[in-house]
Design a protein around this ligand. Structure first.
Ligand SMILES: *Cc1c(COP(=O)(O)O)cnc(C)c1O
Length: 219
């Protein structure tokens, strides 16, 4: 049963120290999260608001919760006061409601803009054409309670590692262009890489990987 902590140790051993590991615990029971917590893991990712809220209430309060999924805007109020980072800001409506709810809660929420880099139509996110005008100081001024820390993306689900590398490199190029355009030093997070492709993501400049099944087993 300690295979979760073994998996963590092994993964941390392979990961450059500057890359943050978010343990994706969706569908997994509280005991599994507690095991990872006891092995030192503090960043956890969930893709459903209700599940994240239940786990947040039940587990140690120093856990940093990452909302990595597609967000229904009417649920934002359920996590806005305690979420650590919202990865899935994939459309303007999410940004607008996040702004309104964060202001109401009297805090500034860290968030990532999700970019559609995969070939699959099913994945969410801004296109690069939509993203570039948004990554300006004047555009972001409309959202003073949302601090955009960077970008998030998911590569195509394909065994073609060259294609995956190309998609991650494209996301990194957008990130660097945005950093230059904005000149904001807190733009420091590039969330890309999962169990099947994190080494390719790290080789292409990822600063944060979201790993589920390689830690907790298949879902
Ligand atoms: C489920 C999920 C992950 C983790 O996937 P694994 O393949 O289990 O590592 C990462 N990112 C997002 C957005 C997810 O929904």
């Amino acid at each position: 049963m300690s295979s979760i902590s073994d998996n963590l140790t092994q993964l941390r051993g392979q990961l450059p120290p500057e890359v943050l590991l978010v343990a994706v615990s969706k569908t997994k029971p509280l005991e599994d999260l507690q095991t990872a917590y006891d092995a030192g893991q503090r960043d956890f990712g969930e893709n459903r608001v209700q599940e994240m809220a239940e786990k947040h209430a039940a587990l140690p309060q120093d856990i940093r919760w990452h909302m990595i999924g597609h967000v229904q805007t009417n649920k934002i109020k359920d996590f806005v006061s305690w979420v650590h980072l919202v990865h899935g800001v994939d459309r303007l409506k999410v940004l607008e409601v996040l702004q309104a709810e964060a202001a109401k809660a009297g805090r500034t929420v860290d968030a990532l803009l999700q970019v559609h880099i995969a070939q699959e139509e099913t994945k969410f996110g801004f296109s690069s054409e939509e993203l570039i005008p948004l990554l300006t100081r004047s555009a972001l001024q409309a959202y003073p309670n949302v601090r955009i820390r960077g970008l998030m993306g998911m590569a195509s689900f394909t065994p073609n590692q060259q294609q995956v590398a190309r998609e991650f490199a494209e996301l990194r190029a957008l990130f660097l262009a945005g950093k230059e355009q904005l000149g904001l030093d807190y733009l420091d997070t590039l969330s890309m890489g999962m169990s099947g492709d994190w080494p390719v993501a790290v080789a292409n400049g990822s600063t944060l990987i979201r790993v589920g099944s390689a830690l907790f087993g298949s879902r």
